[in-house]
Design a protein around this ligand. Sequence first.
Ligand SMILES: [Cu+2]
Length: 140
Amino acid sequence: MRRLGILAAFLLAGPALAQSSVTITKPWMRYLLPSIPAAGYMLVQNSGDADAVITGAASPDCGTLMLHKSTDDSGMAMMMDMQTITVPAHGSVAFAPGGYHLMCMSPTMKVGGHVPVTLTLQDGSKIPASLPVYGAQGSP
Ligand SMILES: [Cu+2]
């Protein structure tokens, strides 16, 4: 009975949740102090035939969660706000130190915990992930 209940809930959730071709692997977050924005990293893969466009991100543990890109312009590290990030069809985009990242503006988390994050795509689908929290030295 329990298995049937879960299956029914999955089917009733509708195509937006059931059909996304976008998956998230290798998630993690670097957290230092509550007063310093934390950064989220992951590999976003798109197995579909159409580009997937990330339009936003949200987490209950971040206040505002922004899409950022680090650039190293002649030795000066900078970050840009990204309105969208496109994951090409049958391709992937790495969120990694020095490049794309999620910027968690008001982190409420602790090292060793997990932060729930939801990416929103342009087609309205939501991609959930759970990011394990690491400290200054980053992912093991
Ligand atoms: Cu940033």
